[in-house]
Design a protein around this ligand. Structure first.
Ligand SMILES: [Zn+2]
Length: 337
């Protein structure tokens, strides 16, 4: 009754084809590709797929019962888990864990820094499986493909002790990731208005809210403790859309929140800046980014907040909730001006 796992090579294309077709007919909702697409592939296509990835096959009692793949991403050090499936009759028997351990070992041996994967929709069984092996949600979400609007979310696992502040891993963005982000920013609804109205499908950890302002944690932080402060009303002109009184009232909150975050997170200097334009992220907002002490000068200032250089810090949901809570408490300790 032992589980045997072996890597499929190009000559195993027919075995791969068979198990891939089985997985796509069993769980079409779990994958980004369709049965029709898989059926139309030629022998050459299947061979090429196997040549470009490490695909593993699990067998039990001589029967093929599961598979998992891993592909190198176009970001150095990152690899992605793909095409994972276990025969329903063998779920809960340890096959899935065995497969996940196999790709983790594969990535570790090849000195990858980070394993990433996408979980489609509300697949809690899959999320629990990956969480058991240390994967956490990165905060990044998207849709399955341009033809398939179902939501998916990303989970990541750092291969070695993470080097980010607080010991959190970092994901560097690929060109594709940047493209997706830009598309959302430029064509999607205003994300701040979505958060204010509670319509946002994305979870943002809120630190403070009153009639005029909202403060929440950045979903793509480069620094631990990075926050956004924004007016609750949709304002696009950072000067003309505010009276002097409104502007100073908001800056009073920026000052109080900066002080609160510096009490909670070790901080050499809080960077405060406002970006965005009419073409993207138009809703006026201020970033508060606490620079930790001891960062070399060349890595401070713009470099410290640059996603390209550092990548996004991945902080588990529970830690983010805790951080938001602590900043919120520090903020409430001070009497409002
Ligand atoms: Zn808005």
């Amino acid at each position: 009754m032992t589980i045997e796992v072996r890597r499929l090579l190009s000559d195993d294309w027919a075995v791969f084809r068979e198990i891939r077709l089985r997985s796509l007919s069993d769980a079409p909702h779990a994958f980004g590709s369709t049965l029709a697409e898989a059926n139309s592939r030629t022998e050459g296509d299947w061979r090429l797929l196997l040549a470009r990835r490490a695909q593993f096959l699990a067998a039990r009692d001589g029967r093929d019962v599961g598979t998992i793949g891993v592909v190198e991403k176009d970001v150095a050090g990152h690899a992605e888990v793909v095409s994972m499936w276990v025969d329903p009759r063998y779920r809960g028997t340890g096959v899935a864990d065995h497969l996940v351990q196999t790709v983790i070992r594969w990535a570790r041996e090849r000195e990858f820094e980070l394993l990433l994967l996408d979980v489609t929709g509300a697949n809690t069984r899959a999320e629990k499986l990956y969480a058991r092996h240390g994967f956490i949600r990165s905060g990044r979400r998207g849709v399955v493909s341009t033809n398939d609007p179902r939501p998916e979310f990303e989970m990541v696992l750092a291969m070695s002790p993470p080097n980010g502040p607080g010991g959190y891993p970092r994901i560097r963005w690929s060109d594709h990731d940047r493209g997706e982000y830009l598309r959302t920013v430029r064509t999607g609804p205003c994300f701040i208005c979505e958060i204010v109205s509670g319509r946002s499908e994305y979870r943002h950890h809120e630190v403070y809210r009153d009639e005029y302002h909202i403060v929440f944690l950045n979903r793509y932080p480069t620094l631990y403790g990075q926050l956004l402060v924004a007016p609750t009303a949709h304002r696009e002109d950072i000067i003309e859309d505010f009276t002097e009184f409104e502007y100073l009232r908001l800056q009073g909150l920026v000052h109080r929140v900066s002080r609160a975050v510096a009490l909670v997170v070790p901080t050499e200097r809080v960077y405060i800046f406002s970006l965005g334009s009419k073409q993207g992220n138009a809703h006026v907002h201020w970033h508060l980014a606490p620079l930790p002490p001891g960062v070399p000068y060349d890595d401070q200032q713009l470099a410290a907040i640059d996603l390209e250089t550092h990548g996004q810090l991945v902080i588990p949901e529970t830690d983010q909730a805790d951080l938001a809570d602590r900043v919120s408490q520090a903020l409430n300790k001070r009497s409002p001006s």
